[in-house]
Design a protein around this ligand. Structure first.
Ligand code: ADP
Length: 485
């Protein structure tokens, strides 16, 4: 019975078409050869039997002694498994899955081996892989006849494979393209790889694309057989590159401007201090002798000087935002509590109520974040309605990329047409006599949000209230190094 099963199993394996099933003697000499073996390895029965199974191995494997090693493992452990490159009769390689099993007689002596080999090449590389890559691929032989075109290429030229493969020539199919690229084609046919960018128009849609074109010469035994054309759409990459360059230029300009603002405001402080000092001296030394009119003039000069000193001070602050910065873990809950405690007098005197949900701890620039909350909260109180105590709500949401904070008030509100303007330096909607300030608070806030990789905006209704939003990017601890560069 056992013998019958073994025979039938042997016969089944022997008739396999997609597997090479062979018997080897203990030295690895081929004893049997099935149709699968012929199909996979290319040798006929006559050519194969009597040869060593080493003929299937690459030179590299032979040097490493791989065939003998596999037989030794099978002899020792009963089976040996391997996945690797194997050589066909014509020298081409295929990716094989191999199982070698030892055969022993009833006394346990080694009688030989069975060897089952599967060709995995088709599993490893699907036949239509070239149709799945988002590039145009084609092969033109030395006579510029098309030998292959992938699906994208066929779609591009609006032809079927039957219409062009082995039929179309490059000049015939692509006339003007051929002429424009003649020098590249010539170079590819001389064996030189070509890489160049080109603006192309997709024939089916008229869409303008920026493309990267590569010609890879196909060289065998030192002779050029043809070349592979690859065309990749890099429009998106180019746009990203342009945006990056634009951003880099803007950043340089911003740094220049900030440096200018810093130097100017820093240097203006000194002459202003001198003017203020001399006004003080005039007042102290000649105060009583001054005529009323002169006293008035000095009063105005003094007022203007103080305002200018204040403007220079805030400008200096603005230009310093983000200098010497270092990302730290900032507990926004604590920051807001501290800010509210600093504002205690204002809150009490205006009967303001300020509510906030539990705020997160995040990586940020603490001094600047404190300033941000301080500016927005004091504005929310400052721009209150005369007859209504301020009611302010601080909220936050987060997603994968950032935190979004909002500060809502029930104040006077802002007209839609001013939504952008209020964030510009020194822009105010009201005169100094009505609400004091310099028009720099929101410019500071916006700069701080941007420093945190975020942005800032407002939504408001006149007479109802305003909500200021800002986002903070979720930094990673190692962003510190990049920030400091
Ligand atoms: P400042 O408060 O010094 O005037 P800001 O830059 O902080 O400067 O604000 C610019 C302008 O935006 C203010 O003058 C005011 O008109 C408007 N604004 C800011 N916050 C509010 C708010 N919460 N409600 C109404 N208007 C506001």
């Amino acid at each position: 019975m056992k013998r019958r099963v073994a025979e039938s199993l042997y016969n089944t394996l022997q008739s396999l078409q997609d597997y090479a099933f062979i018997l080897l003697n203990p030295e690895g000499i081929i004893q049997t050869w099935n149709p699968g073996a012929e199909k996979i390895k290319g040798y006929t029965v006559k050519e194969a039997i009597g040869q060593s199974f080493q003929v299937f191995y690459s030179d590299k494997d032979l040097r490493r002694g791989r065939p003998a090693e596999l037989l030794a493992t099978a002899a020792r452990e009963g089976t040996a498994k391997d996945v690797g490159w194997r050589k066909r009769k014509d020298g081409s390689l295929f990716w094989a899955n191999v199982l070698i099993s030892a055969i022993r007689d009833k006394d346990g002596n080694l009688d030989g081996f069975t060897k089952l080999t599967g060709d995995l090449s088709s599993h490893k590389i699907p036949a239509d892989v070239a149709d799945k890559v988002p590039v145009l691929l084609a092969y033109w032989d030395i006579n510029l006849t098309c030998r292959y075109a992938n699906k994208n290429y066929l779609d591009w030229v609006g032809k079927t494979s039957d219409e062009i493969v082995n039929k179309a020539t490059l000049p015939g199919l692509l006339g003007s393209f051929y002429e424009r690229n003649f020098l590249h084609i010539k170079a590819a046919l001389e064996g030189q790889m070509q890489e160049f960018e080109m603006d192309l128009t997709r024939p089916s849609t008229g869409e303008k694309l920026k493309c990267m074109v590569n010609y890879y010469p196909d060289i065998e035994d030192g002779e050029v057989r043809g070349f592979i054309v690859q065309v990749a759409d890099i429009t998106h990459l180019k746009q990203l590159e342009e945006e990056r360059l634009h951003r880099a230029k803007l950043e340089v300009k911003n740094v220049e401007l900030e440096n200018f603002a810093y130097i100017a405001s820093h240097d203006l402080q000194e002459p202003l201090r001198t003017i203020a000092n001399y006004i003080q001296i005039i007042k102290e030394d000649y105060g009583n002798e001054l005529k009323d009119q002169l006293r008035n003039y000095i009063y105005y000069i003094e007022g203007a000087t103080k305002r200018m000193q204040e403007l220079v001070r805030v400008l200096l602050y603005y230009s310093r935002i983000g200098k010497d910065r270092k990302l730290t873990h900032c507990n926004c809950e604590n920051i807001v509590t501290d800010v509210l405690s600093d504002m205690n007098e204002l809150i009490t005197s205006t009967h303001a109520t300020i509510r906030h949900e539990k705020l997160p701890t995040l990586l940020g620039f603490e001094t600047e974040l404190r300033q941000l909350f301080q500016n927005l909260l004091s504005n929310a109180i400052k721009f209150r309605k005369p007859d209504l105590p301020p009611s302010i709500q601080i909220s936050y949401q987060e997603n994968k990329e950032n935190y979004r904070f909002s500060i809502s008030d029930n104040g006077i509100g802002i007209e839609k047409r001013h939504y952008q303007r209020i964030f510009q330096l020194f822009q105010r909607l009201h005169g100094q006599h009505k609400y004091d300030g310099h028009g720099i608070g929101l410019a500071n806030c916006q700069k701080i949000a941007e420093l945190h990789g975020g942005s800032m905006w407002v939504e408001s209704e006149v007479g109802v209230g305003s909500t200021f939003y800002f986002t903070i990017k979720k930094f990673k601890p190692d962003d510190n190094e990049q920030q400091n560069q």
